[in-house]
Design a protein around this ligand. Structure first.
Ligand code: 6PG
Length: 467
């Protein structure tokens, strides 16, 4: 019997995707360039219809046509090399799918190359980490619609399911799936940083213990902040270090790494004039965190404000922080969805915002209760300029801005930095103002560079002799 799908690349993500497919009834051929990972997967099998191959030709010949091949290798050159090794065998109509965190421009290039040879190519954003890959991730496929249709029965089956709907939908042409995934990761960076700032406040301003903070996150996870990232934060804070018995969080070095997707999100936003200040601040917060040695040195040189110890009302301030975090999240998701909208308009991608919100409800890292409201919002107002002005969120932020303002102010006067919470407040206060001091910038540009300006009261372009 021929295999219904092939998986190349048997690291944790690839193995788990293969197991997920087999658990859903597919006959899966697997192949890895080195034998060790294939053998490790074989040892894990428990009756699943997964057949290992050690020669690429054998793997290829075992597949039913048109062949569907899922590639799960590290993004970058490895993908090109896998494609290169498959080219001699591929036939018209076959479909290659890249399920890694590839840059959407690389995906578009690979799509063009393969399409000119009649081969279908899908760039598939996959979110959910190791567990998601095994039990049901959120899946963002981009490429030709008819090519997607060939793979859709398998992709929708292995995706997370929410209220009977698969967290998988056709996203758009060429690299659209990978583009949506990188912005997902940009939102993920912002969401993580916002949570870290809420944690900082609870710890440094309210002087709560790690256990008490875990409890607060558990409580928050039962309300409108309910989300995967809040849930795992509570679990992380509960974890004790086996060596020292301390909360594990206290022995983890505070230098954050990154693999590039958040950076690509910011670069794309900057290149296209899209204001994603919160997402970009979260990236810079990671960069700044990694200057650990410099920070330790600066701690001995630079001072913060002199403060008398204060006794903040815990109950009240925990509520302020909850509000600040919720509003920060709304602003960050608003920026990510604005990035989708503006990019879609600029490049004619026709990105389905409502469906993107729907497939983010399950499986992915940024899954959150309020994505139900976001998808409902786009269903009712597909052309909405910004989530902040949707009636539900406009009402929420009207109420919660007090919490965000209090927390940011307290950070400013106490010398505690809240890069993403402050960026959220600046974004909100800038976005809600019909007039701004940008007129002064225009005047300055015209003064020193004769760059011209427009007037509020007359049409046309003007230049003033300023001196
Ligand atoms: C996901 C994750 C996943 C991964 C990223 C981010 O959606 O499942 O985003 O893709 O964690 O690689 O990693 P960095 O934080 O290292 O950039």
């Amino acid at each position: 019997m021929l295999n219904t799908i092939g998986v190349i690349g048997l690291g944790v993500m690839g193995s788990n995707i293969a197991l997920n497919m087999a658990n859903k009834g597919e006959h899966v051929a697997v192949y890895n360039y080195t034998r060790d990972l294939t053998d490790q997967l074989v040892q894990k099998l428990d009756g699943q219809a997964i057949t290992p191959y050690y020669q690429i030709q054998d793997f290829f010949q075992s597949l039913e046509t048109p062949r569907k091949i899922f590639v799960m290798v590290t993004a970058g050159k490895a993908i090109d090399s896998v494609i290169g090794s498959l080219i001699p065998f591929l036939e018209k109509g076959d479909v290659i799918m890249d399920g890694g965190n590839s840059h959407y421009e690389d995906t578009a290039r690979r799509y063009d190359d393969l399409k000119s040879n009649g081969i279908g190519y899908l760039g598939i954003g996959i979110s959910g980490g190791e567990v998601g890959a095994l039990t049901g991730p959120s899946i963002m496929p981009g490429g030709d619609k008819d090519v997607y249709e060939k793979a859709a029965p398998i992709l929708t089956k292995i995706a997370a399911q929410v209220e009977g709907d698969p967290c998988c939908t056709y996203i758009g042409p060429k690299g659209a799936g990978h583009f949506v995934k990188i912005v997902h990761n940009g939102i993920e960076y912002a969401d993580m940083q916002l949570i870290a700032e809420a944690y900082t406040f609870l710890r440094e301003k309210l002087h709560l213990s790690v256990e008490e903070i875990a409890e607060i996150f558990e409580t928050w996870n039962q309300g409108e902040l309910k989300s995967y990232l809040i849930e795992i934060t509570a679990e992380i804070l509960r974890k004790k270090d086996e060596l020292t018995g301390l909360p594990l969080i206290d022995v983890i070095l505070d230098k954050t790494g990154q693999k590039g997707t958040g950076k690509w999100t910011s670069i794309q936003a900057i290149d296209n004039g899209i204001p994603t200040s919160i997402i970009t601040e979260s990236l810079f917060a990671r960069y700044l965190s990694s200057l650990k040695e410099e920070r330790i040195n600066a701690e001995n040189i630079l001072s913060g404000p002199e403060m008398d110890p204060q006794n903040l009302d815990k109950h009240l301030w925990i509520e302020y922080i909850r509000q600040a975090l919720y509003m920060g999240k709304v602003c960050a998701y608003a920026q990510g969805f604005t990035q989708y909208k503006m990019t879609s308009e600029l490049y004619g991608l026709d990105l389905p915002l409502k469906d993107i919100a729907l497939i983010f409800r399950g499986g992915c890292i940024i899954r959150a209760e309020f994505l139900n409201v976001i998808s409902q919002t786009y269903q009712e107002q597909p052309d909405l300029a910004n989530l902040l002005i949707a009636p539900y969120f406009a009402e929420k932020v009207k109420e919660y801005q007090i919490g965000l303002r209090k927390v940011v102010c307290e950070g400013v006067v106490s010398g505690i930095s809240f890069p993403c919470l402050s960026a959220s407040l600046s974004y909100y206060d800038s976005y809600r103002k019909g007039t701004s001091a940008a007129s002064l910038l225009q005047a300055q540009r015209d003064y020193f560079g004769a760059h011209t300006y427009e007037r509020c009261d007359l049409a046309g372009v003007f230049h003033t002799i300023w001196q």
